[in-house]
Write a protein that binds this ligand. Sequence first.
Ligand SMILES: Cc1cc2nc3c(=O)[nH]c(=O)nc-3n(C[C@H](O)[C@H](O)[C@H](O)COP(=O)(O)OP(=O)(O)OC[C@H]3O[C@@H](n4cnc5c(N)ncnc54)[C@H](O)[C@@H]3O)c2cc1C
Ligand SMILES: NC(=O)c1ccc[n+]([C@@H]2O[C@H](COP(=O)([O-])OP(=O)(O)OC[C@H]3O[C@@H](n4cnc5c(N)ncnc54)[C@H](O)[C@@H]3O)[C@@H](O)[C@H]2O)c1
Length: 476
Amino acid sequence: MGAREYDVVVIGAGAVGENVADRAAQAGLRVAIVEDELVGGECSYWACMPSKALLRPGAVLRAARAVDGARQAVSGGVDVEAALARRDRITHHNPLTHHHDDRSQVEWLASAGIDLVRGHARLAGRKRVHVTQAHGRSLDLIADEAIAVCTGSRPHVPDILRDIQPWTSSDATTATRAPSSLAIVGGGVVACEMATAFADFGTAVTVIARSGLLGGMEPFAGDAVRDALVARGARVRTGVRVVDAVRSESGASLTLSDGTTLAAEQVLVATGRAPRTDDIGLESVGMTPGSWLEVDDTMLVSGSDWLYAVGDVNGRALLTHQGKYQARAAGDAIAARAHGAPLDLRPFGTHVATSDHRHVPQVTFTDPEVASIGMTAEQAEEAGIRIRVLDYDLGWLAAASTLSDAYRGCARAVVDEDRGILVGATFVGADVGELVHAATIAVVGEVPLARLWHAVPAYPTLSEVWLRWLESYGRP
Ligand SMILES: Cc1cc2nc3c(=O)[nH]c(=O)nc-3n(C[C@H](O)[C@H](O)[C@H](O)COP(=O)(O)OP(=O)(O)OC[C@H]3O[C@@H](n4cnc5c(N)ncnc54)[C@H](O)[C@@H]3O)c2cc1C
Ligand SMILES: NC(=O)c1ccc[n+]([C@@H]2O[C@H](COP(=O)([O-])OP(=O)(O)OC[C@H]3O[C@@H](n4cnc5c(N)ncnc54)[C@H](O)[C@@H]3O)[C@@H](O)[C@H]2O)c1
């Protein structure tokens, strides 16, 4: 069969690929999207959605237990079986067939006018894609305008752990029961969230981190998560590495760099991600397989005028919302270039993902939650910004006493003294995830502190932290 011709071919139908395809199709371009596994990608089935589903029952129980009157109505811990069943419903997973169902997303693609091609795509030279399909079939696609690589990332597994076949995040999020004990290697977001979820499920959790927890965030965030895990009986071993790992009949045995050993029924490796670029035909366009794809702010791959890389695969910010933001910029840039329209490439212009650099929000759904936007104090100082740090104990807010009988939390704002604006904010505490978007607007919008004095937070909400920050700063 001859090659099928499109304007744009998107490789990978995760959240990011879907959004690139959607923007290009909305601009009137003919778009095909190639998917090897499930339409919806990691986030829907193995990452964000199942992990948040696993975390929610424990968070709800903690909230109830922290309020007299509700506490008395709560007995027992998380019902693990029911929690897993709810996770399955949320992720369209059939526990009997062990299959996820991506029908709703396939229907959405059709409604958006995007052609879905099932199979494994590889670049086959300039603007060409070869798709290997089931039953020995294959298909060639030509992209007249652009190809967008949106193949995501996969867990990075250190050599020392490979032979014991540890769980990766996907195994943890699709677990069918809670192991009696779980050793988690890594101290990042996956490690902290999964430690929280499995501790809630009654698993004896040990976190093994070579430095502190939640590196890259304000230090008090990782400290708070560590303290809460320890308070719930988990062990957190920081400053140690795994130097040997062997599988045993009852699980695995790890030897740590301080000479101690640790036995666990299951080991979860949560040591970051690697790009899925090893088998996508990069060699056919003179690039190195296995590398992160370096891009400009329109997501155009360095040195190319037709190849884009969007989402996890470019390594800029491995988060669904940030990848979708990149996708909107890239899809619009592809369409503008195809139509010969002018591009707005100024910082925060229509066709660029400027916020990737210093304005990335993130919520980590641990106990306590950690929500952040922009730069930490340390990062701002490293960037040469003259800062003032505003710290506030969220437990002092009126809202804290109504939300919980023992609310613990803190919030930090990082002020750029020369510009009179916020460049970063971090909130740690129960229910702080929803606070971060106000801070995102203040940071991205570069709202002057003098104007923030007129943004009045409602009483009694946790948002009153804004008022406290401003009061401690003083009128500019
Ligand atoms: C446990 C966990 C929890 C997370 N929780 C959050 C969270 O709460 N919030 C958040 O913002 N982010 C979270 N993330 C990060 C988030 O999952 C990723 O940033 C996001 O999924 C990246 O989307 P993507 O579309 O770039 O890649 P993916 O979702 O990985 O999609 C890539 C798609 O490409 C397909 N593909 C790959 N190669 C080929 C090929 N050659 N041919 C055809 N198809 C191909 C794959 O099958 C896949 O469907 C989490 C990650 C993990 C691991
Ligand atoms: N709620 C969320 O937004 C959310 C949740 C989960 C994951 N994610 C995203 O998914 C991505 C992957 O998460 P992650 O936790 O795997 O990565 P990460 O980069 O957050 O953390 C990796 C951890 O592993 C450690 N590490 C790396 N190599 C190691 C090695 N060889 N031996 C021992 N330790 C090692 C690091 O020091 C770090 O503590 C992140 O970028 C994150 O943003 C987001």
